[in-house]
Design a protein around this ligand. Sequence first.
Ligand SMILES: [Zn+2]
Length: 80
Amino acid sequence: MTESPVRIVGRLIVDLGEGREDRTRWQRIIYSRQPRAMYECYRTGCTHPVEGPVSGAADVKRFVDSIRTGHLLHCTGETT
Ligand SMILES: [Zn+2]
């Protein structure tokens, strides 16, 4: 059986950080190490291959939600 090769065009790296729940406030995390995220583009010719890192739970969520489509808006690398 032959498998078609998978071309990896980018990598999203997410560090969920380290923390504990705040018992006095529902769903609040007290972080001892903030969550972080960054994106690396592997497309040939990309002039902006590293995005981020960003840190903090809200910024990481926003970054993860949008970076793959957001990067393509200004990616100068090969898209095929
Ligand atoms: Zn790119």
